[in-house]
Design a protein around this ligand. Structure first.
Ligand code: FH5
Length: 252
């Protein structure tokens, strides 16, 4: 905010753009520094031509509306946004450690110990309770969309799929099916409970190293989701089994 308290209009020249951090679904994300304050941010760049070609302008507008109004320690902040003739820029909070997914792969058995999973699941649950209180369903909770801040706290990123509850909006079956809850597969109206289901799937994956219904082909994955056909390896103790089973049984 500028000194007179008004929203400052940002432009690209207010930033020094650094290394690419990775690719979201429809844009590149760069590390950047705001020149005046030297504040580090993640700058997400989307090309207007691509937004139009993919007909996802409405999705971006919803992502901006939702993420710019949410303010929670475990939700990645959208600080501001601006556009020039060809591109839209989202100025996002920079999570210095990076993607939780990569952190998990770096662990000895490619999974986290129970204490660490408890911390991450608690933080995601807290963020989801906050989102649900604001009538927002994320719908895409999975390790790839979770980031770690410099202090090792989880930040839910990528609200590209979030919607205002309750919703019937079809989630196109692109990407992994592993996290799809039965009610979305069935195409019935769904509520915030879809995020609870994903939290159970996330808890399982962080503990075990792969998602519970993972199968060699999509058909089998669908079937296993539908029958909630979940097996726990012996090293998973009763506490997490109980929690995961409780959030995974959905009264559809
Ligand atoms: C779904 C999605 O947006 N994925 C990624 C792209 C980079 N982006 C980041 C966003 Cl949006 C915010 N902060 C990030 N920090 C990092 C990162 C840090 N290290 C050391 N390595 C990485 C990578 N990436 C981000 C989110």
């Amino acid at each position: 905010k500028a000194r007179d308290g008004k929203e400052k209009e940002y432009r690209l020249e207010d930033f020094e753009v650094g290394k690419p951090l990775g690719r979201g679904k429809f844009g590149r994300v760069y590390l950047a520094r705001e020149k005046r304050t030297e504040f580090m941010v993640a700058l997400k760049v989307l090309f207007k031509s691509e937004l139009v070609k993919e007909e996802i302008e409405h999705q971006l507008i919803r992502e901006i509306e939702i993420q710019s109004h949410l303010s929670h320690p475990n939700v990645l902040r959208m600080l501001t946004y601006f556009h020039d003739e060809k591109r839209v820029f989202l100025v996002l909070e920079y999570a210095a450690i990076g993607e939780l997914y990569k952190e998990m792969r770096k662990q000895p058995n490619q999974r986290f110990d129970e204490k660490r999973v408890a911390k991450y699941v608690y933080q995601v649950a807290d963020a989801l309770m906050y989102c649900h209180k604001n009538k927002v369903i994320h719908r895409d909770i999975k390790p790839e969309n979770l980031l770690l801040s410099a202090w090792g706290n989880v930040k839910i990123a990528d609200f590209g799929w979030s919607v205002h509850a309750p919703s019937l909006r079809r989630k196109t079956m692109c990407g992994t099916l592993d996290y799809l809850p039965p009610e979305i597969i069935a195409g019935v109206q769904y509520t915030e409970h879809v995020d609870h289901w994903c939290l159970g799937v996330l808890c399982y994956e962080l503990l075990v190293g792969h998602p519970p219904f993972e199968s060699k082909d999509r058909k089998t994955t669908y079937k296993r989701i539908d029958h909630v056909d979940m097996k726990f390896p012996s090293f998973v103790s009763p506490g997490p089994r109980n929690l995961i089973s409780k959030v995974s049984w959905q009264p559809i």
